[in-house]
Design a binder for this molecule. Structure first.
Ligand SMILES: [Zn+2]
Length: 282
């Protein structure tokens, strides 16, 4: 499932594919991806040029000249792909931007969990899922803000970090990876973190995202693990395999209906060892 690094790569690709090329035709099929919107709203992108792309977490906001916009979320299986002039569209294409010069950019989504939302940029900025997003961690994480967000929830660290209001863009992969890098128990109540541990977690999130982005940003981006791509993560989807640090078999548990992967030795069960006075002193 695409998380922040894949969406960042999609943003970079769309910028390079769309910049300087006028859209000559646009269409979207009626599908769950566009929900109840009229396909005509997509057709009205014809004649426009890309003005910019903003990414917050897993969401993209494309702006075109004239103040028109398009929100994109890749859901589980969405992908923007470029098609050569004259080539037939692949299966499962839900929307297409045809460009001057004969190339086309397709939005492909076999399982239809993605979203495309048309509107003016002003309207789209008020779109509830966009407005609700917390800060994007790629440019840097405010560890004090992260600590404050974790301090006010009763949820586990895993579930608190999956919440897009805490930080935007982390999913099952990058939460497992960050908690492993920070040597934190995913089951631990988020509110018990010390400021020092929150700082360590912020660094671990940054390192995991940068590592994945470096892998993704090659000429041939790594396929999603679910699609048979090579798994180069530390713990994600490695249940039963040796921990890269200590060799202990990686454990898999389910939290909030989703798998969590961790090393029981490097990320030992949190038992409330840190008392409040000690936490304040750190
Ligand atoms: Zn380990």
């Amino acid at each position: 499932m695409p998380e922040l690094p894949e969406v960042e790569v999609a943003a970079r690709q769309l910028r390079s594919w769309l910049s300087g090329r006028r859209i000559v035709a646009a269409h979207a099929a009626r599908s769950r991806v566009i929900r109840g919107q009229a396909p005509q709203r997509f057709a009205s992108l014809a004649g426009r040029r890309l003005a910019g792309i903003e990414r917050v977490g897993k969401w993209l906001l494309l702006s075109f000249d004239g103040g028109e916009g398009l929100i994109s979320h890749l859901g589980m299986t969405g992908k923007w792909i470029r098609r050569r002039k004259g080539a037939a569209p692949p299966p499962h294409v839900r929307a297409t931007l045809e460009l001057e010069g004969g190339q086309a950019v397709d939005y492909r989504d076999p399982r239809l969990f993605g979203r495309l939302v048309r509107g003016s940029v002003d309207e789209l900025r008020r779109f509830p899922s966009w407005r609700a997003l917390g800060p994007d961690p790629l440019a840097g994480i405010d560890a004090a803000r992260l600590h404050a967000a974790l301090a006010r929830t009763k949820r586990s660290l895993k579930e608190a970090l999956m919440d897009q209001r805490t930080l935007a863009g982390l999913g099952n992969i990058h939460v497992s990876e960050a908690l492993h890098r920070a040597k934190l128990d995913p089951r631990r109540p988020a509110s018990t973190m010390t400021p020092h541990e929150s700082r360590r977690l912020a660094d671990a999130i940054r390192d995991g995202l940068r590592y994945a982005l470096a892998l993704e940003d090659g000429p041939e981006p790594v396929a999603y693990v679910e699609e048979g791509g090579e798994n180069r993560f530390l713990v994600y989807d490695h249940a039963g395999e040796p921990c890269p640090s200590c060799g202990t078999p990686i454990a898999r548990i389910v939290q909030g209906g989703r798998s969590t992967y961790f090393c029981p030795r490097c990320q030992p069960r949190w038992r409330g060892r840190v008392n409040r006075a000690k936490a304040r002193a750190r």
